[in-house]
Design a protein around this ligand. Structure first.
Ligand SMILES: [Zn+2]
Length: 316
């Protein structure tokens, strides 16, 4: 019997990934492009005596970057797809070879079956670099299994090997810019008027119920109900930074949603975040196995700094 899906697709240890990438960049005095949003560390102790090395989760939080193409006019670039043995040190061995020849631009690594996979865009350090030479160098690493290099010299290189995304449940996931989804909602609102928010609520409820049912099916009701941190799935998926305000009681709970995608629209044609209201109601309905009433009591559309949703359990 194979490993559970989410384990098979777990990411490689971050330390290995970061050390490899730093290896490639440090030689040229560059920071890792994917880490450029991390703030520069001040002196170890600030004037108040607080350990300045410790930073809050918020300061570390950033969007993961999924880069499906690289635009580098005038540069010689390669897409590297590498399978290697899933052994400690395999990754660093390969990257030591890569670092001699290319500057990594955007990478990802994950485990697929018995092998580890590395995929990334890279810029040649020398104009004489070739796909054949790069492949030869990578395959000289002890744990490399196979390698496919796709070269490009016209300035645009698309990842030719990945066909979308999947989440922790193994579901295929669409990536759509949040502004595009907002624009769709705005257009619906212009066509259907106030009825649009009712439609969005039911759409959101439907999505929430499906997601809630997934969580229950995978984790069981007990764990789903006793783990308020699961709300961060919403955050990790990019809908907004969601937190329970205060305790979850038998009668209800309050969710604060910062940076909500739904009210990030530049247009002011909608009045509330009806989709997220439905999504929270639907998810909690499935997790708690009861009717859930949800009201949005604060919203950026109304001038509030964030959105808040008050949930009533056992209420239709
Ligand atoms: Zn809102």
């Amino acid at each position: 019997m194979g490993l559970p899906h989410q384990l098979k697709n777990r990411e490689l240890p971050a330390r290995a990934t970061v050390s490899l990438i730093f290896l490639a960049h440090r030689r040229r005095g560059l920071g890792h492009p994917l880490l450029c949003r991390v703030k520069a560390a001040p002196s170890a102790m600030d004037s108040a005596g607080k350990d300045a090395r410790s930073t809050s989760k918020a300061e570390h939080a950033s969007r993961r970057r999924e880069i499906d193409y690289l635009y580098t006019p005038g540069k010689k670039t390669f897409h590297i797809l590498l399978r290697m043995k899933d052994k400690p040190g395999a990754f660093s061995g390969v990257l030591a070879q890569v670092a001699k020849k290319v500057n990594l631009q955007a990478t990802r690594a994950y485990v697929d079956g018995d092998a580890a996979v590395f995929s990334g865009f890279a810029e040649a350090l020398s104009s004489d670099e070739t796909a054949e030479s790069l492949e030869k160098a990578i395959m000289s690493a002890t744990n490399a299994i196979s390698c496919v290099i796709t070269p490009d010299s016209r300035g645009v290189l698309v990842d030719p090997y990945h066909v979308g995304f999947e989440n922790s449940f193994g579901d295929a996931v669409l990536m759509i810019p949040s502004h595009a989804l907002c624009h769709m909602f705005d257009q619906m609102s212009k066509i259907f008027g106030s009825g649009c928010e009712v439609m969005l609520f039911y759409e959101g409820e439907s999505v929430g119920e499906a997601e809630g049912a997934q969580v229950v099916a995978k984790l069981g009701k007990d764990l789903a109900r006793k783990t308020p941190g699961l709300l961060k799935i919403v955050t990790a998926a990019g809908w907004g930074d969601a937190t329970f305000l205060g305790p979850i009681t038998p009668s209800g709970a309050v969710i604060r949603l910062e940076d909500c995608f739904e009210c990030s629209s530049e247009e002011q044609v909608r009045q509330s975040c009806a989709f997220m209201k439905g999504a929270f109601a639907g998810a909690m309905k499935r997790i708690l196995d009861t009717e859930v009433k949800c009201e949005e009591t604060k919203c950026r559309f109304k001038g509030d700094p964030h959105c808040e949703f008050t949930l009533g359990f056992g209420q239709a």
